[in-house]
Design a protein around this ligand. Structure first.
Ligand code: PLP
Length: 452
């Protein structure tokens, strides 16, 4: 059996990790996760960790679900692969499209399958442009997104995203994609109230549409709350104003629910939580709880009718669009969420408890703000609470805190000095207590380290 050091050496030699500075692998070594059950992970040294991130915001039903393993194994034996191109398909993909249409907002009844969230957003870009072409408005091509958004890592996904670090690598964004400011009140709201700042941030969309000309704007893409950007939850005034603007200029709404879909906010989709009527919804992650890769786009009737009836061949698709094994995993994952009433449980029980316990952390001297909805939250680490003053980013206080969390048996993610929590939806109230206690210990240790 491979030992820890031989595995780590092979990792450093042969494996270029996503979103990782390879030098740190050499300096710190890799944390190798070997198995998982429920909300817990075990690393190769036997250390037990509470997974406060559900993997990468995706393991909604928790680890170790035998019924998903069985569904996948059965499907592999019966039909491990077939495509959905050229008038073919197979039962799992059909059943999954119907199931998702039943769960989605009432005006959305079709699904296009992809292999990931990034591919879903690439699909959106091509679909909205094709839609406007077919509607006789071919100049409506530009997509407006937001700074610091994350919409994936493909060329279109990273261009739609607003992360400057990603744009710098690979000469992005591609033409036809522009960005406006994000609704990040804590970081950028200055002296404005959250409500006034939310309105101002939304009105940046109107200003951009007017600058470009409404006849040139195809769509606005946004996460309901920005996930990888640091769980940025727009002030209450933001989405109603965005809705008004989109309706006024007939600009489509692409809602990226790759993180928020499948129960995280206590609704099946955050569209419901924020009272939105999107034209397209990107999905992935919680669709299969990450057991098998899969993504998709849920399509409003207004768009689907045009694509179905006027488009001819929609020249777009992936070898693994609607993959039967992934579809079988998704169907079983959704069956579990329904049967265990996980969405209702998050809304009425787990999220209220989680959010109220989190507020305790707001009193910590290192914590500037705690914000969250449903089972997702951010903790801002600051040098001076009253001034909302941050630490020098070179120090890496967030990384200290992340590493200290691991020492206390908890996985939290750091985005700069913002700590992120997004546990499996199956987390129990006792496990929420455990998570908070571990987080407090890590915050205390981080604070002590900052004071040296
Ligand atoms: N959109 C959002 C909001 C995401 O958070 C992510 C991934 O984290 C993506 C898209 C990209 O999904 P994938 O990594 O499956 O391509």
């Amino acid at each position: 059996m491979a030992t820890l050091s031989t595995l780590q050496q092979a990792d450093i030699q042969h494996f270029i990790h996503p979103f990782t500075d390879s030098k740190t692998l050499g300096e710190k070594g890799t944390r190798i996760i070997e198995r998982a059950e429920g909300v817990y992970l075990w690393d190769i040294e036997g250390r037990k960790l509470l997974d406060g991130m559900a993997g990468l915001w995706c393991v909604n039903v928790g680890y170790g679900r035998q019924s998903i393993v069985d569904a996948v194994s059965k499907q592999m034996q019966q039909l491990p692969y077939y495509n959905s191109f050229f008038q073919c398909t197979h039962p799992p993909a059909i059943e999954l499209a119907k199931t998702i249409a039943e769960l989605a907002p009432a005006h959305m009844n079709c699904v296009f399958f992809t292999g990931s969230g990034s591919e879903s957003n690439d699909t959106n870009l091509r679909m909205v442009r094709r839609y406007w072409d077919l509607k006789g408005q071919p100049t409506k091509k530009t997509i407006i997104s937001r700074d610091n958004a994350y919409h994936g890592s493909t060329v279109a996904g990273a261009s739609l995203g607003g992360m400057s670090g990603m744009h710098k690598q690979g000469d992005l964004p591609i033409p036809g994609i522009v960005h406006i400011a994000q609704p990040y009140w804590y970081g950028e709201g200055g002296d404005l109230t959250p409500e006034a700042f939310g309105l101002q941030a939304a009105q940046a969309l109107e200003a951009k549409i007017l600058e470009l000309g409404e006849e040139n704007v195809a769509a606005f893409i946004a996460e309901p709350f920005q996930g990888a950007g640091g769980v940025i939850i727009p002030p209450s005034t933001y989405w109603p104003e965005i809705k008004r603007i989109l309706a006024k200029y007939d600009v489509l709404l692409i809602l990226d629910e790759v993180i928020s879909g499948f129960g995280r906010t206590g609704c099946w989709f955050a569209a419901e939580y924020f009272d939105l009527k999107p034209d397209l919804i990107s999905i992935a992650k919680g669709m299969t709880s990450g057991y098998v890769p899969m993504g998709g786009v849920i399509i409003a009737d207004r768009i689907a009718e045009v694509i179905k009836n006027q488009c001819g061949e929609f020249t777009h698709g992936y070898t693994y669009s609607g993959h039967p094994v992934a579809a079988a995993a998704a169907l079983e994952n959704i069956r579990i969420i329904v049967q265990e009433k996980l969405v209702e449980k998050v809304a009425t029980e787990t999220a209220p408890y989680f959010q109220s316990r989190l507020q305790q952390l707001a009193e910590h001297p290192l914590v500037g703000e705690v914000r969250g909805i449903g089972l997702v939250a951010a903790i801002e680490l600051v040098k001076d609470k009253s001034l909302r003053q941050r630490f020098n980013s070179d120090i890496g206080v967030g990384t200290w805190c992340r590493d200290l969390c691991i020492e206390h048996g908890l996985v939290m993610r750091s985005v700069g000095d913002t700590m992120i929590i997004s546990p499996p939806l199956t987390i129990s109230l006792a496990q929420v207590d455990e998570l908070i206690e571990k987080a407090i210990k890590a915050l205390n240790d981080t604070y002590a380290k900052c004071m040296v």
